[in-house]
Structures are given as structure tokens and as C-alpha cells.
Design a protein around this ligand. Structure first.
Ligand code: PLP
Length: 388
């Protein structure tokens, strides 16, 4: 088998292509009806009142922080085991960022550490304004505990569910916003469904929804009810705050809406392949991913953790041997606080030891809708031969 097997990739079918062509030959390729259609599909699927489509999950995180009133002097907390965007969104608003170390078995931010850190911060009067739990690999964080801590300390919750559309927590869809103020999805091609580039914010709160809609397009409203002065005519709009052009195009939204039809199929296949990895990779000197009893992951990633003391090779050797075998392994994630930009802000290696230990042992092996059983068998056989 000589073809490169990527760790993740999109699956585009004829219906997706037709949906995009329909938009290209219609009157609106942006700011048209496909946006609302896509938003409605996602909100209905997740059981949230509102959804706002934007150009990326990064943009979604940024305007979410702004809508929650984050500004200079405020603090956000997130997981160090995430993509840099989960933390950068706080910096965009002039706030500062801190992290809560991860649970060593679930790889999400540890609710025990969160509780301890909140109680210490409360005594110092330095509570965060927003906590951003990241549903790593598609498995929800322990949102019941996180939301009750948030209520206790009067903190806002923004779920970074970039990995987790199609996942469930306590029998509810991730995105229901039952345990949070806002939830963000990403539609980058490696994620569960794609719109090329794209993101979405979900909420049940009308004020936040209206704010997000404005922030996506320059802070402008055309709704007379939201204007500060009386409308001067049918041409009239008002800029109420400093927003951005973070709009999604209708071309992207049509692709996203078409992919929503296949969300369950995508996630079912990922769950099947994950169970199959679990069976085929048992009894090796590696830690397989664990599921919390309240969670049904969407399986964006399948991460194995090497038990290095039982192995005669290094993490890097094993990673490189897999790559040489044309297996597109990857590493999610380099702990954000160890990035040079963050060490310049004062973070140091050693600050979040569980995330750092995890990073020294983790490898994401390929998992996506189009992965064939033959490819999966090849990955399993190659991995077995390498760690034997
Ligand atoms: C992919 C990802 C993002 C950013 O998504 P974009 O749509 O590429 O901006 C943010 N957070 C997490 C956890 C991600 O995996």
C-alpha cells in the first residue's frame, strides 16, 4: 500500500457538488438564503434557538468573546491541549489568557483542577470572565460540573466544539447550549462536516444572538428596533459597535447544509472505525482513548498514547516510522502555553505538566469517513510491527 493515508479528510459527494453549483448559478453567492438554511439545519439538529454562520471557527470564537463583553483587564481560561485559536480569541479582545491543566485520561480540561483553580482565584479576586472548555477529539467536557461552577462564580461559558458536531453529552446534542452561553463549531475540511472554511456560533440567548449577527458584519444593524436613533428611511442602517467582515458565503453555506444531511452517517462511520481500532489495538503497549460514561464522542480524532517505559523506541521514532509507512499521523496538540508567543507572555514549560506529559506520548492515527477497512488494517499491522 503506497498511497498516503491522511489523519483526516473531507468527503464530498455529488449532492454536495450539485448544492454548490445551484448557488453559483443563482442570484446570491453571498448574503443570500443559503446562510439561513444552513443555520437553521444546525440549530434544529442541536436543539439551540439560534445559530450564526461565520467565516471560520476562529472568527466565531472572536465574536463570541466580544459578545460576552470580554475586553482589556479581563481573563479567559481554556485548555492547554487545543489549537491556538481557543486561546488567541481572548488576546484579540485585549484580555489575558490562562489555562487549566488536562485530565490525564480524558485529555479535556480537568474539572477537579478547574474547581481548585477557581477557588484560589476567587480568594485573590482574579476570577476569569469566560471559560472556554474544548471538547477534545469530539468528546464533550464534563459540562454539568463546569456549568454549575460557572453559576457559582458568575462566569460565562463558551464551548469550543470545533471537534464535536454530532457528539452527545448526557443524552443531548453538543451545541444545545444547555450548559453554556455559546457553542462554536468549525467546518474546516478535517473536521466532521465541512463548508471549505467556516464556523458557527449557537446560543439560546436573544441578546447574544443579535450581537453576534451585528459583529459578523461590521457592527451594523438594519433592524429599527435595535437602532439608537429613529430610522431615516428604507436605506438606513446604523453601526452600533466595532464589528468585522466575518461572513460566510452562500457557496460555503450550501456545501455545509448539504453536508448536514450526512452528519449522522459521518459520525456513525467514525464511531464504527473507532470501535474497530479499540478491538484491533488492545493488548499493545499503548493507551487507547477512553470515553466518559456521559459522552458519545463524534470521534474527530483517534489518539493513542504510547506507554514509553514498555517500549524500546522513542515517541519521535515511532511517529517517523509511521510517516515513512505513508500513514499521515499527526500530533494534537502541542500545549498552547509552550508556543513561543505564549512563553513571551510569561508561560513556561512545566506550568501544565499533564498536558506536557500527554504531548510527549500522543499520536493521532488516521480516522475519517472515507478510511477503508483495508487502510485501517494496514495502519494496525504497521503500528503493531513498529511497537512490537
Ligand atoms: C479547528 C479548530 C479551531 C479553528 O477552526 P477554524 O475553523 O479553522 O478557524 C478552533 N479550535 C479547535 C479546537 C479546532 O480544532
Amino acid at each position: 500500500m503506497s498511497n498516503f493515508i491522511p489523519y483526516g479528510r473531507q468527503d464530498i459527494n455529488q449532492a454536495d457538488i450539485d448544492a454548490v453549483i445551484d448557488v453559483l448559478t443563482s442570484d446570491y453567492i453571498t448574503q443570500g438564503p443559503a446562510i439561513e438554511r444552513f443555520e437553521e439545519l444546525v440549530a434544529n439538529y442541536c436543539g439551540s434557538r439560534y445559530a450564526v454562520a461565520v467565516s471560520s471557527a476562529t472568527a466565531a470564537l472572536h465574536i463570541s468573546c466580544l459578545a460576552l463583553g470580554l475586553s482589556e483587564g479581563d481573563v479567559i481560561w481554556t485548555s492547554p491541549n487545543t489549537f491556538v485559536a481557543s486561546a488567541n480569541c481572548g488576546l484579540y479582545c485585549g484580555a489575558s489568557v490562562d489555562f487549566v491543566d488536562i485530565d490525564p485520561t480524558l485529555y479535556n480540561l480537568s474539572v477537579q483542577q478547574l474547581e481548585n483553580k477557581l477557588s484560589a482565584a476567587a480568594q485573590l479576586g482574579k476570577l476569569p470572565k469566560v471559560i472556554i472548555p474544548v471538547h477534545f477529539a469530539g468528546q464533550s467536557c464534563q459540562m454539568e460540573i463546569i456549568s454549575s461552577l460557572a453559576r457559582q462564580y458568575d462566569i460565562k461559558i463558551l464551548e469550543d466544539a470545533s471537534h464535536a458536531i454530532g457528539a452527545r453529552y448526557c443524552d443531548k446534542a453538543v451545541g444545545s447550549c444547555q450548559y453554556s452561553d455559546l457553542t462554536v463549531f468549525s467546518f474546516h475540511p478535517v473536521k466532521i462536516i465541512t463548508s471549505g472554511e467556516g464556523g458557527m456560533v449557537l446560543t439560546n440567548n436573544t441578546d447574544l444572538f443579535e450581537k453576534l449577527t451585528r459583529l459578523r458584519t461590521h457592527g451594523i444593524t438594519r433592524n429599527p428596533r435595535l437602532m439608537r436613533e429613529i430610522s431615516e428611511g428604507p436605506w438606513y442602517y446604523q453601526q452600533l459597535e466595532l464589528g468585522y467582515n466575518y461572513r460566510m458565503t452562500d457557496i460555503q453555506a450550501a456545501l455545509g447544509a448539504s453536508q448536514m444531511d450526512r452528519l449522522e452517517t459521518f459520525v456513525d462511520r467514525r464511531r464504527f472505525l473507532a470501535r474497530r481500532y479499540n478491538q484491533l489495538l488492545s493488548h499493545l503497549p499503548i493507551q487507547l482513548p477512553l470515553q466518559h460514561k456521559d459522552c458519545e464522542s463524534s470521534w474527530h480524532l483517534y489518539v493513542i498514547r504510547l506507554r514509553l517505559p514498555e517500549l524500546s523506541k522513542t515517541h519521535r521514532q515511532i511517529f517517523e516510522e509511521l510517516r515513512r509507512a505513508n500513514i499521515g499521523v499527526n500530533l494534537h496538540y502541542i500545549p498552547v502555553h509552550t508556543q513561543p508567543y505564549y512563553t513571551d507572555l510569561g508561560f513556561q514549560r512545566g506550568d501544565f505538566p499533564e498536558a506536557e506529559k500527554y504531548y510527549s506520548e500522543a499520536i493521532s492515527i488516521p480516522l475519517h469517513y472515507g478510511l477503508t477497512l483495508e487502510q485501517q488494517d494496514y495502519i494496525v499491522d504497521t503500528l503493531k510491527a513498529i511497537v512490537r
